[in-house]
Design a protein around this ligand. Structure first.
Ligand code: GLY
Length: 381
């Protein structure tokens, strides 16, 4: 039977009412014991890259229901995140993941929210400051103090942070931010996308000459492999660069990545951690399925609007997204209001000890995808 998206949205709203009530004042990443969220709002974890997603869930719930308790919860997260601005080393390239779903979402909902606009602009300036003219890329992380030199490291995930720069350019009517975003996206299209449409995770450049040095498998199986979440950051990220710039080259790149991703989905419809992982053990990553669904739905929409797009391709992307959501609904989603998590089989990294557990951005992107299909979405990116 076809999935009833409105019915699923109603189940999510009923569940998240209870989850949000239980988790006021916390910023969850995963569960610390079965069905109970942990909390990353403390000083030592406030810079964790996923800390914007719980706020994003609350804003999406508020946009759909206008229920004040969701808005109050989102405002708490936004204020808690201010501590991250005071930790230079923790301020990495993930400024978009932290502040687009929180401060900028707040400002989109309320144009009078001057402090939220200010937070978004501070975050955008921090992100723009990571751009290296030598090599034309945004530096991913600051050094970790473990001897690794990360000055020249860029990662595919950063494409999802670029919308913070597109937003800042619009907001300030200042082309600098957009120019930096486009320069990074051009480098990513040239260096991270392989000829077959698959994606490298980490690329190291020489930070002085800008020369390509090597790439790393990162969170995937290994060098040369296809870490699925990285493929989805690229799919959605290039689509968003097209949405914000109307540059057809980004749409072409998004299509290539999407076509390769769809071609590699296993016959059972689930998404592994890496398309090139060994046949056993089978580790899956539901976050990649949820992010891909959002990316494919957005790509389908942009394809439909582009003067060079075609309706058949648009329908193919939308159908692929719906198949992923049906798979998640069928054998991953936990709609029980007594349980904090929504998606249950997410994986952060192939070589971690732990696989197939709840991760907050899996829940966020699943909700965003269902909201896209039911007309409830607050545009975040
Ligand atoms: N951005 C880090 C990850 O996708 O795990």
């Amino acid at each position: 039977m076809a999935m009833d998206f409105q019915e699923v949205a109603n189940k999510i709203i009923a569940k998240e009412r209870a989850v949000a009530e239980r988790n006021r004042g916390r910023i969850p990443y995963t569960t610390k014991e079965p069905h109970v969220f942990d909390d990353h709002s403390g000083r030592d974890q406030i810079c964790w890259w996923t800390n914007g997603f719980w706020g994003g869930i609350l804003w999406q719930l508020y946009a759909a229901t206008q229920e004040e308790s969701f808005r109050e919860g989102a405002l708490e997260v936004e204020k808690q995140l201010d501590a991250a601005f005071m930790d230079y080393n923790g301020m990495d390239h993930d400024a978009g993941f932290r502040w687009l779903p929180t401060a900028v979402a707040h400002y989109r909902m309320d144009p009078e929210a001057a402090a939220s606009r200010n937070r978004g602009l501070l975050a955008a300036n921090s992100l723009a400051g990571r751009f290296n003219l030598n090599g034309s890329f945004i530096r991913a992380w600051n050094d970790w103090g473990d001897g690794r030199d990360t000055r020249g490291w860029a990662i595919i995930d950063c494409l999802m942070n670029l919308p913070l720069l597109y937003w800042a350019s619009e907001e300030l009517d200042d082309p600098r931010f957009k120019a930096i975003a486009a320069a990074h996206a051009d480098t990513a299209a040239r260096v991270f996308v392989r000829p077959d449409g698959s994606i490298r995770h980490i690329v190291a450049f020489d930070p002085t000459s800008g020369r390509y040095v090597r790439d790393y498998g990162g969170q995937g199986f290994g060098e040369g492999s296809s870490w699925t979440r990285g493929q989805t950051w690229a799919l959605y990220g290039f689509t968003l660069s097209y949405l914000h710039t109307s540059d057809e080259r980004y749409l072409d790149t998004a299509r290539r990545v999407a076509d390769r991703f769809i071609a590699r989905i296993p016959t059972d419809g689930t998404i592994p951690v890496d398309f090139d992982q060994p046949a056993e053990p089978v580790y899956r990553d539901d976050t990649a399925a949820a992010i891909a669904a959002c990316g494919l739905l957005t790509l389908a929409e942009q394809e439909g609007k582009s003067p060079y797009g075609d309706a058949e391709t648009s329908a193919r992307y939308r159908d692929a997204a719906i198949r992923l959501l049906e798979m998640l609904d069928r054998d991953s989603c936990d709609y029980d209001p007594a349980h904090d998590e929504l998606l249950t089989r997410c994986s952060a990294s192939y070589h971690d000890q732990k696989h197939e557990f709840p991760i907050i951005y899996g829940d966020y992107y699943y909700i965003e995808a269902i909201w896209k299909l039911t007309g409830k979405e607050l545009f975040i990116w």
